[in-house]
Design a binder for this molecule. Structure first.
Ligand SMILES: NC(=O)c1ccc[n+]([C@@H]2O[C@H](COP(=O)([O-])OP(=O)(O)OC[C@H]3O[C@@H](n4cnc5c(N)ncnc54)[C@H](OP(=O)(O)O)[C@@H]3O)[C@@H](O)[C@H]2O)c1
Length: 161
């Protein structure tokens, strides 16, 4: 199994505010949907309840400490370790947030799909530091701001060294 994480992250590592994204970037949203729509995705309960949440057509798994929690279209698990027992052995699984789950995922992920949003912004949820001694960038593509996308941003892919 390949464990990947996907996130849009500001220059100062902010990923959200008030359980929503901190920007409107339709080109990044399209990239995100295209990347995860046929994959198994794993997320925290708060991200699953965010209005910005997108479903996978394949499999949606959420993590909660609430014993009898249920949500339509989701398989409910009690932790990341339990969630990672569900996918097939040979698939690429995406951890899709939020801050609490990325923090745990950073210890075990093989790959990071990061949209680096070129702004410094305020927010209440962060992505962990991507330490250059642990991660190698293997792909970079910059998209300029335009009438639809309020900031410029770069699609980055990292692999663990
Ligand atoms: N920019 C991006 O790419 C991106 C992506 C995703 C999310 N976000 C943003 O991130 C924010 C949400 O992140 P968040 O950190 O507040 O919440 P989160 O990581 O989505 O979910 C946290 C919840 O996960 C469950 N959980 C966490 N650790 C657990 C453990 N060890 N065992 C069992 N359950 C555990 C708990 O659920 P219970 O409380 O139910 O027990 C906890 O409240 C929102 O603003 C969202 O928009 C941004």
């Amino acid at each position: 199994m390949i464990i990947s994480m996907i996130a849009a992250v500001s220059e100062n590592n902010i990923i959200g505010q008030d359980n929503k994204l901190a920007w409107n970037l339709p080109t990044d949203t399209a990239y995100y949907k295209n990347t995860i729509q046929d994959k198994t995705i794993i997320m925290g309960r708060k991200t699953a309840e965010s209005p910005d949440m997108f479903f996978s057509k394949k499999r949606n798994i959420l993590i909660t400490r609430k014993g009898n929690y249920q949500k339509e279209n989701f398989e409910v698990t009690s932790g990341l370790e339990e969630a990672l027992k569900l996918p097939e052995e040979n698939e690429e699984v995406f951890i899709t947030g939020g801050g609490e789950i990325y923090k745990m995922g950073m210890e075990i992920a093989d790959k990071l799909y990061i949209t680096r949003v070129h702004t410094v912004i305020e927010g209440d949820t962060s992505f962990p530091e991507i330490k250059p001694e642990l991660w190698k960038m293997i792909s970079e593509r910059k998209i300029e701001a335009d009438e639809k996308n309020e900031y410029s941003f770069s699609f980055l892919i990292y692999e663990r060294k």
